[in-house]
Ligand binder design. Structure first.
Ligand code: NDP
Length: 285
């Protein structure tokens, strides 16, 4: 069997078109969606992510604001900026690009963002709401994965799903989302004793490990759906995922490529959260 690719670029383009339409309607009614992005330091990957987010906002007809700070900035300056943006009615989403330099307590920074503007879905309040199955801003990467699974009508009810990785931004919320849709979920991590035992029985495997080509074809159940969240540089210097694509596609039925898989969906769901936040502001008027 050779797996079919789930095309993240095509799905992202479709969803972004719908978002742009919603943004135009909101703007016509006096509420132009606006995302504020805060970048601290000079990490080149972070700078690229921020540039892509700002550009995606502009293409969707949003207003975007960008605030950059030197790596040695006093954290108070950033807290002051967040407070100002929290109070600004014309700003609907606030995002602080991670990772932050050492002098910052990232949890405290994320908690400083108003939960109503937490379009990354990282605030403890939003995470708590997600756990309870209540309406919240969902973290963008796992939500994008859910959209990809739904776009292919992957049956989640009763499916054996294995998530590799338990980070707060990907693995944990991914597991909760799959669970809430009726999958039987196993979460694996660096302490898991026999990883392949788990992955080999999974109908759906989500790899969010941060290790290049970690999940090989012989660790996958024939016909499984394989979602690759990883973004790594391989030994050849090329971008690659956490899944060994060449061996995995010989076993899986559906697979997401890297690049062009989960990545484009992450920014798309950030736009979706921001437009939703703007909608809530309009509805409350
Ligand atoms: P983290 O480093 O925060 O988490 C990695 C997880 O993988 C941890 O839970 C860790 O376990 C687990 N892990 C590490 N080594 C092993 C191993 N040998 N066996 C089993 N589990 C292991 O990463 P993130 O969750 O932030 O990101 C994961 C990947 O996704 C990265 O490649 C990142 O670049 C990418 N990413 C992609 C996004 C996108 O838009 N496509 C967005 C966000 C991230 P433990 O907890 O025990 O340490």
């Amino acid at each position: 069997m050779t797996a079919r690719n789930i095309d993240g670029n095509a799905l992202a383009a479709k969803v972004r078109e719908e978002i742009a339409q919603r943004a135009a309607e909101l703007t016509a009614r006096g509420v132009q969606p606006c995302l504020a992005v805060i970048l601290v330091g000079e990490d080149p990957a972070s700078a690229v992510y921020v540039r892509n987010k700002v550009s995606a906002c502009e293409k969707a007809g949003f207003r975007s604001l960008k605030f950059t700070y030197a790596p040695d900035v006093d954290p108070q300056e950033v807290f002051d900026r967040i407070a100002e943006l929290n109070a600004d009615d014309t700003v609907h989403g606030i995002l602080v690009q991670l990772p932050l330099p050492k002098q910052f307590d990232a949890d405290k920074v994320l908690e400083a963002i108003s939960p109503e503007k937490d379009v990354d879905g990282f605030h403890a309040e939003n995470f708590g709401l997600l756990l309870q199955g209540r309406k919240s801003f969902y973290p963008c990467t796992p939500w994008g994965v859910m959209k990809m699974l739904d776009s292919e009508n992957v049956e989640l009810k009763g499916a054996e799903a294995v998530v590799i990785g338990r980070s707060n931004i990907v693995g944990k919320p991914m597991a909760v989302m799959l669970l809430s849709r009726g999958a039987t979920v196993t979460v694996c991590h660096s302490q898991t004793k026999d990883l392949a035992f788990h992955t080999k029985r999974a109908d759906i495997v989500v790899a969010a490990v941060g290790r290049a080509k970690f999940l090989k074809g012989d660790m996958i159940k024939p016909g499984a759906v394989v979602i690759d969240v990883g973004i790594n540089r391989g030994e050849d210097g090329k971008l690659c995922g956490d899944v060994d694509f060449d061996s995995a596609r010989e076993v899986a039925s559906l697979i997401t490529p890297v690049p062009g898989g989960v990545g484009p969906m992450t920014i798309t769901m950030l736009l979706a959260n921001t437009v939703e936040s703007a909608q809530r502001v309009l509805d409350a008027k």
